[in-house]
Design a protein around this ligand. Structure first.
Ligand SMILES: *[C@@H]1O[C@H](CO)[C@@H](O)[C@H](O)[C@H]1NC(C)=O
Length: 280
């Protein structure tokens, strides 16, 4: 009798210990993720194409490469579906594990099918028509900051993410319709006040800094600086971290306890009935 009871308890504990709550979000997202090769290539290639061909020409424009950390931050912010700058952007270590200054460009549109990296970046880059390099000024009432960030000489890392927003993108004129948001983050940050985005000069790469520089398509490319780095890091404000509700939290708390109980119970049963696990 006691043996049966113990056996029952044992099974109950094992069952509890192995129940796995589904904490993965089942959100539908038709867009490429931040590890998608084509997506990464589109983002990097279009940025560099525009950086190579600035007018007037640049002599210190750095080659831009992908950064996983920036892409992780861009994704976390895009998940908010809110058309405003990341509210943590100025807080060191909350938007990147290494870089202390991070810049940002955002595009939003609807329906989601209107998104492509090219289309979003077109809107940013065409601000050049309202921008004067000579006076480092933007036409009154216009925006030029997206353009100047794209061609900011010292911003040599970029990471972007695109997110579907089934309930609309906040702070847009289409916030009640299914839309999409595209975020790019940059390091070092551009758009430092009173500074020109790059140094003008006819001789491309003539002001590249560092001994390892190679001139690549008029851009300063340093293989060491441009190395790909991997970060096992998530910003603490990523909304997907908060999707575990009270019930899910309870199960998460019970699991290690149940596992411990399993061992204690098995040990106890074995001590009380040494032969229980042997069937002769
Ligand atoms: C700059 O980027 C846009 C994409 O948004 C592209 O259409 C354009 O061709 C690029 N400019 C150059 C010179 O590559």
């Amino acid at each position: 009798m006691g043996q049966l009871l113990l056996q029952g308890l044992l099974w109950a504990v094992i069952f509890l210990g192995s129940s796995v709550p589904n904490i993965e979000s089942s959100e539908y997202n038709p867009f490429p993720g931040i590890t998608d090769k084509k997506f990464i290539d589109d983002c990097v290639r279009i940025h560099n194409a525009n950086r190579s061909s600035v007018n007037p020409p640049a002599r210190n424009m750095l080659y831009m490469t992908w950064d996983e950390g920036l892409a992780i931050t861009a994704r976390a912010w895009a998940r908010h579906c809110d058309f405003q700058h990341n509210i943590y952007l100025k807080e060191v270590r909350r938007v990147h594990p290494v870089f202390s200054s991070v810049g940002e460009n955002i595009w939003a549109g609807y329906p989601p099918s209107t998104f492509s990296v090219m289309r979003a970046m077109d809107l940013w880059v065409k601000e050049v028509n309202d921008y004067s390099y000579q006076s480092n000024a933007c036409r009154p009432g216009k925006m030029c900051g997206h353009y100047t960030q794209v061609v900011w000489a010292t911003s040599y890392k970029v990471g972007c993410a695109v997110q579907i927003c089934p309930n609309g993108v906040d702070r847009t004129s289409f916030s009640d319709k299914e839309g999409a948001i595209f975020v790019c983050n940059y390091a070092e940050a551009g758009n430092v006040v009173e500074m020109l985005p790059y140094q003008n000069g006819l001789e491309e790469c003539s002001s590249c800094e560092g001994a390892n520089n190679q001139c690549q398509a008029k851009l300063c490319h340093d293989p060491k600086r441009d190395e790909q780095k991997s970060y096992r890091w998530t910003p603490d404000w990523d909304p997907t971290l908060a999707t575990c509700g009270p019930c899910c939290m309870a199960i998460l708390a019970i699991r290690p306890l149940a596992l411990l109980l399993t061992f204690v119970a098995a040990f106890g049963v074995h001590r009380l009935y040494p032969s229980i696990f042997f069937y002769e």
